[in-house]
Design a binder for this molecule. Structure first.
Ligand code: FES
Length: 127
């Protein structure tokens, strides 16, 4: 049912944890299952130099959080803003259809963290 990549990211999540002095934090929840995901980012010269996540959720939510931190690390804020919900699932080799909503959390939380970063600086969100 799950690809090897999903299982790998579920069993060995990358970049799990918090960044206490984060430059931006984004939390989103899934109203259907009640799962919660928070993404922390550190920004330097318009780039994501560090990113971590905390997820209270199912295995797919953990795997997609882990995957999105790998996709986003090192990217410019504009590039990271363009990472879509579909990109995350594709990078994991796909998710079972009933689990697709779990991957939405990861992209939404990342975008929320970047929006928070802009807001803290009093800047407009660049999309
Ligand atoms: Fe809730 Fe997967 S079941 S995020």
């Amino acid at each position: 049912m799950y690809t090897e990549k999903v299982m790998d990211h579920f069993k060995n999540p990358r970049n799990m944890g918090e960044i206490p002095d984060a430059d931006g934090v984004g939390t989103v929840g899934n109203p259907v299952c009640g799962d919660l995901m928070t993404i922390y980012i550190k920004v330097k010269d318009n780039r994501l130099i560090d990113i971590k996540f905390k997820t209270f959720g199912c295995g797919s939510a953990i795997a997609t959080s882990s995957m999105i931190t790998e996709l986003a690390k090192g990217k410019t804020l504009e590039e990271a803003m363009k990472i879509t919900r579909g990109d995350v699932a594709d990078s994991l080799g796909g998710l079972p259809p009933v689990k697709m909503h779990c991957s939405n959390l990861a992209a939404d939380a990342l975008h929320a963290a970047i929006e928070d970063y802009y807001k803290r600086r009093g800047e407009e969100v660049k999309k």
